[in-house]
Write a protein that binds this ligand. Structure first.
Ligand SMILES: Cc1cc2nc3c(=O)[nH]c(=O)nc-3n(C[C@H](O)[C@H](O)[C@H](O)COP(=O)(O)OP(=O)(O)OC[C@H]3O[C@@H](n4cnc5c(N)ncnc54)[C@H](O)[C@@H]3O)c2cc1C
Length: 386
């Protein structure tokens, strides 16, 4: 970000995405959240605009955009409907994993379809007995000739109900802790895979689910890490994903604050627009400042990622800070709307429920603080040496 801003091209891209999001995505967002279905037609439209394949390599039909540009798309789309806001992200992350670790044939099988929005992926890491402590997973893969037989359960998976493939860490050596984890691509139409929806308070558009894996036979070529080297591979993917989740949360916050400002100008109490009360306008000023500070942290972190620079601590800072900023901003935006904001008919209450999900998805605030402090004070000063 030369001169602490976006390039002219990126500013123009933001305007284009903004127009598309306002015209196509914002209408019907509330209804879609209630239906909790993947809006295939809308995804197709977004893909036609190049938004789904934004970070996919050109040779697979994408436009190979940098992460800052992807962040702009996530921010603008999330303002309209965060359920679609993350569309550009997973195809980009899957591209990195598949182009680094999979055969050309596998890349061709999935990546062009992902860029077209016809194939969706998910990360299936969490299990019923462990979320934060990934090394403790129990799902097992046992080698049987040129296949693995997989048994276990993954839960809490965003997109789990409709994704076509999952990237999943699975134990190939249950005795070896983190060093016994290998990484797999798991097609979710294989015999032995079944799913069950989680009835969430928010995140409905993302259709979280549990994946049951019962004697799933997976060809060896779907193992994408060396045996026992999967833990660090998945951890690497999270760094940039965390920034996008953070930006999506800020998109929800900004949309809510913008609506609160408009409402506060027209709503009158005690014979004047409520925005004239400093109890209201100072809240607006405070949240606008928090959101702006959080955005800058996110874009700087994406800039570091684009430059190939270390950004582990920064991405954890984003993922801790932004959901808190978002929840607080949305909460106050709801209160500025008075009883109207509390109604199911208003988008702000939905956004509050969604934003709370961001406080946990992809690692809780406590886990993010462990990552930050590990880097600042050194691993040897943490309570656990894992
Ligand atoms: C909206 C949403 C989307 C999600 N999407 C996905 C997904 O796509 N794929 C997927 O695999 N998972 C997903 N998850 C699961 C998510 O990654 C986990 O919820 C998260 O990692 C926490 O794990 P847990 O829920 O098992 O909590 P636990 O690990 O049981 O933790 C419970 C509490 O204890 C605290 N805690 C745990 N260990 C420590 C520690 N060492 N120090 C301090 N505090 C600690 C945590 O901060 C938390 O508050 C999603 C969750 C949500 C809510």
């Amino acid at each position: 970000m030369a001169g602490f801003g976006f390039t002219e091209e990126q500013e123009m891209f933001r305007e284009t995405v903004q127009r598309f999001a306002r015209r196509e995505i914002a209408p019907g967002a509330k209804e879609r959240a209630k239906k909790a279905e993947r809006p295939l037609e809308l995804i197709k439209k977004a893909a036609d605009q190049g938004l789904v394949g934004l970070a996919v390599p050109q040779k697979f039909g994408g436009s190979e955009a940098d992460w800052v540009t992807v962040g702009i798309a996530v921010e603008e789309m999330s303002k309209a409907d965060f359920g679609l806001g993350m569309l550009p992200v997973l195809p980009g992350l899957f591209s990195i994993l598949l182009t680094r670790y999979c055969s050309e044939e596998m890349q061709q099988r999935y990546l062009p379809a992902m860029a077209r929005g016809e194939c969706s992926g998910c990360f299936a890491i969490t299990e019923a007995d462990c979320g934060s402590d990934v090394a403790a997973i129990r799902t097992k893969a046992v080698r049987d000739g040129d296949h693995y037989i997989i048994n276990g359960e993954k839960t809490g998976v965003s997109g789990g109900m409709d994704a076509h493939i999952a990237v999943a860490p699975i134990k190939t050596n249950p005795q070896a802790g983190a060093k016994g984890i290998s990484m797999f691509v798991l097609p979710l139409d294989l015999p032995g895979v079944s799913r069950s929806r989680i009835p969430d308070m928010g995140f409905n558009q993302i259709s979280r689910g549990t994946l049951f894996l019962d004697n799933v036979r997976l060809p060896v070529e779907y193992r994408i890490s060396e045996e026992g080297k999967g833990f660090y591979l998945i951890m690497g993917q999270f760094e940039v994903l965390r920034v996008f989740l953070s930006i999506a949360a800020l998109g929800l916050a900004q949309a809510s604050l913008t609506e609160a400002i408009e409402y506060a100008k027209i709503r009158k109490a005690f014979d004047r627009p409520i925005v004239q009360f400093e109890g209201v306008s100072f809240k607006i000023a405070e949240h606008a400042t928090w959101i702006e500070a959080a955005r800058l942290l996110c874009y700087r972190t994406l800039y570091l990622a684009d430059q190939g620079l270390e950004h582990n601590k920064e991405s954890a800072m984003c993922k801790w800070f932004c959901p808190v900023v978002a929840v607080n901003a949305i909460h106050d935006s709801l209160l500025i709307h008075g009883h109207v904001g509390y109604s199911e008919e208003h988008p702000v209450e939905q956004r509050l429920r969604d934003a709370i999900g961001f406080e946990m998805a992809d690692g809780t605030a406590n886990i993010m603080k462990i990552i930050i402090s590990r880097q600042l004070v050194g691993r040897e000063f943490l309570p656990s040496n894992r």
